[in-house]
Design a protein around this ligand. Structure first.
Ligand code: 9MR
Length: 390
């Protein structure tokens, strides 16, 4: 393992400078989504991405974006910078530079940080070296060492600065609901013991933290096997006594037609049945990555924004009705930096409009819909707010 390098310190410094340049956060501002969420016993937050200072490639380097974070968020999560692909250039080294910069920015702006993620258990999201790693003569022991060292090193570095971890991300194959296997899990004896070890290690190292299983099983038709697979996994965690506190409901929503109200009434029954079963097992809920893929909608931005807002409102009305939901995080605040544009552009070539603010950082109807849904949500008794305050 490597200690902090000079590059780490430089980037940490850059993060602090940026944070210094950001407008001061106004605690309790009426207009802040986080302030609003706190009146209901929840928090509001967003993903941010690292970018070189003064560039327009990563979100928080842009002061206009930082201003949105400062206004609306009480918690942030790194879009990519805590993943193995970012932290682990090789089996023997760590590179914390970019994630440290985000953590430093959060500290200066007085924001909590969610940790995303300690393992994204799919071959394509593990670093290349992990898929071809030589696990040697005692593969089980070597795999357990590799996974355990990774989690212990990351969690120890941030200590109580991070009180919320997506310990495991997307381990269920949506096509059939089975668990993915990786070279690591094959060496370790299977996916289940691998995921269990991840949670047990995280609990031992971070007894203060909420430990989350995070996935994108959604409410739209076509997610039935994915939801069933996640429920099986959660039942298994409970049966084996694995320390999992909450389900991260990513909430990458997809519109399925122009009539938002009809979509909501069509899907809410299945969604409630799913959430009912999750909370009956005693799990908490976190909305971890909300955004909307505006499929099957007219290109006209005014019409599109209206439908996206109504669809979001319908989804949140059902979901925030569960008192177990403690936080709502969006996967980016502005259309300018959304991953969706690159991942799945619209067939008609119109730019995607998946987030609360447009490319020029002006609020869209979706922001008002989120605010209204939070206002309409029942107040919840904070279960562990003392632990989560920074
Ligand atoms: O938004 C992220 C994108 O920039 C990355 O290229 C991608 C792969 O690391 O991950 C995206 O974030 C994903 C998140 O980590 C897990 N849930 C789905 C998100 C969107 O794909």
């Amino acid at each position: 393992m490597q200690g902090p390098t000079r590059r780490d310190s430089l980037i940490l410094g850059a993060g602090l400078m940026l944070a210094g340049a950001a407008p001061a956060r106004v605690p309790g501002a009426q207009d802040s989504l986080d302030a609003l969420a706190r009146t209901r016993g929840m928090r509001f937050g967003s993903a941010v991405a690292w970018g070189p200072p003064r560039s327009d490639t990563g979100s928080f380097a842009n002061p206009n974006y930082a201003a949105l974070i400062a206004r609306d968020c009480g918690v942030i999560v790194a879009e990519n910078e805590m993943k193995w692909q970012a932290l682990r250039p090789s089996p023997t080294t760590f590179d914390f530079a970019r994630f440290d910069a985000i953590v430093a920015y959060a500290a200066a702006a007085r924001l909590a940080v969610r940790g995303h993620n300690l393992i994204w258990h799919q071959p394509k999201w593990m670093p290349h070296w992990a898929e071809s790693h030589d696990y040697g003569a005692t593969p089980k022991r070597e795999a357990a060492r590799l996974l355990g060292d990774h989690i212990r090193t990351v969690v120890r570095r941030y200590g109580t600065r991070i009180a919320d971890y997506d310990v495991v991300n997307e381990a269920v194959n949506p096509a059939d609901g089975t668990l993915y296997e990786t070279t690591l899990s094959r060496a370790l004896g299977g996916a289940e013991p691998t995921l269990d070890l991840a949670f047990r290690t995280a609990r031992a190292e971070a007894p203060h933290a909420r430990l989350v299983y995070n996935d994108y099983m959604s409410w739209e038709p076509g997610n039935e096997r994915h939801r069933a697979g996640v429920l099986r996994l959660l039942h298994g965690f409970r049966a084996r006594g694995v320390p999992v506190d909450a389900l991260g409901v990513q909430s990458h929503l997809i519109t399925i037609g122009a009539d938002a109200r009809a979509s909501v009434s069509r899907m809410q029954g299945d969604w409630r049945r799913f959430l009912d079963e999750v909370v009956a097992m005693g799990f908490g809920l976190v909305v971890t990555e909300l955004d909307v893929r505006d499929n099957a909608l007219p290109a006209d931005p005014v019409a599109r924004d209206r439908i996206v807002a109504d669809y979001t409102r319908g989804y949140l009305d059902v979901t925030l009705g569960y008192q177990q939901v403690s936080d709502i995080l969006v996967w980016g605040m502005s259309d300018r930096y959304s991953w969706i544009e690159g991942f799945e552009p619209r067939a008609d070539g119109a730019r995607r409009r998946p987030t609360l603010y447009d490319t020029a950082f002006a609020p869209k109807p979706m922001r008002a819909a989120v605010a209204d849904a939070i206002r309409a949500a029942p107040a919840r008794t904070p279960q562990r707010s003392e632990r989560r305050e920074i």
